[in-house]
Write a protein that binds this ligand. Sequence first.
Ligand SMILES: *Cc1c(COP(=O)(O)O)cnc(C)c1O
Length: 370
Amino acid sequence: MTEPIPVRIRPEIAALPPYRQGKQAGADAYKLSSNENPFDPLPHVIAAMQAQVGANRYPDATASRLRGRLAERYGVTPDEVHVAAGSVSILYQLVQAAAGPGDEVVYAWRSFEAYPGLAVVAGADRVEVPLTADGRHDLAAMAAAVTDRTRVVIVCSPNNPTGPVVTQAEFDEFVALVPTDVLIVLDEAYAEFVTREDAVDGLRDLGVIRPNIVALRTFSKAYGLAGLRIGYAIGHRRVLDAARATAIPLSVTAQAEDAALASLDAEDELLDRVRTIADRRDRLAAALREGGWQVPDAQGNFVWLATGEQTLDAAATFEAAGIIVRPFAGEGLRISVGEEESVEKVTRIAASIVETLPERHSGRRLRWET
Ligand SMILES: *Cc1c(COP(=O)(O)O)cnc(C)c1O
């Protein structure tokens, strides 16, 4: 029996499960459950962090050095950039700012696990629009789900956990269907891993900032700074002001800002690593398909196996073999692209699991498909 809460809590919050992190791995296991970067930070990024003294002082509340640097890079003004403790923080800020009781937040489902909580915490209603059978956003259905009550629509490209992108053409068509006073958040946490030419890019052609679109990026994944908590948004100044107004002040540490700046200095080297991970992802996805899996187009640093009813059993099989994956019960497994040595192991275990699935299981590649 669950212990009762001793004080009065909003019932919808009390019903919300606390955040569950991907399992921590033992020393000899590969942790492929949180889409982390398998590479350690570069030595000079570590040096930049360590050079920060003065932990007795509060950081610069607006991360102005990093905002200036990003503004220059994308050809926008510093107030069209917002920095926060991870892009998840910015999602919370934007949803808090735009949606309250009686309003609706629309997003695709299955998508990023944080989205349902964003709406609930704001007191808004969730509108979840099912993905297509191949794990893609159904943007026509999402546009059709927008009502007078909709305040925010979240588009996740590449979609976590299934992998496919939204194309630029699809996104533009979608934007044209959504009223211009509805905020569209384009969550591009994995943008740097994308290799498809036709993918949406929220930071392309920023000469014209579309007033109702905010693009979110993070240093957590491609830049390997997940533990430091730093991400950013680019969008209309007044929309970002609303996010800044709801932010918990002083959450971005000076260490995180310095590490982000040092990462931008070392960008070529970091993007080489990103290419290595993307190549590894493509080899992993190809090997899984070869082994009999139907793998959706993988454009992030992870792959999706639609294990369905067999999900928890499959996750246990991986774990017993020293691979920690992220199971979504009844749906599928997300496996991050980690160390090179993990690729062959994942492929082998996955091939043994597919053999145990029923002939017409949705995770299986049909024999006549390529
Ligand atoms: C990881 C992730 C984020 C952001 O993570 P932060 O560490 O908070 O920057 C945002 N969106 C999606 C879809 C993610 O997978």
